[in-house]
Unconditional design. Structure first.
Length: 77
């Protein structure tokens, strides 16, 4: 996972997203999280990737589940 992907996943966790089964987010929400942390818009690596589209304006961020799993491994080590 790239550094910016990890950072964005960290921000999602800070917003309370800790369920690895819930990885779908609306574009407006992604944008609001990004803006809160100094970005100008929703991350392009998410919203510009057609493979991530779940439905109109909803995107999958499977990296969140990976990030949460790595956090659990670190916590249990």
């Amino acid at each position: 996972m790239k550094d910016i992907q990890s950072k964005f996943c960290q921000w999602l966790v800070e917003e309370g997203h800790t369920n690895p089964a819930e990885v779908n987010f609306g574009r407006a929400y992604l944008k609001s999280v990004a803006i809160k942390h100094g970005m100008k818009s929703a991350p392009g690596w998410i919203v510009n990737d057609t493979n991530r589209i779940v439905s109109r304006g909803v995107y999958s961020v499977p990296e969140l589940a990976t990030y949460l799993a790595s956090m659990n491994q670190t916590a249990n080590a």
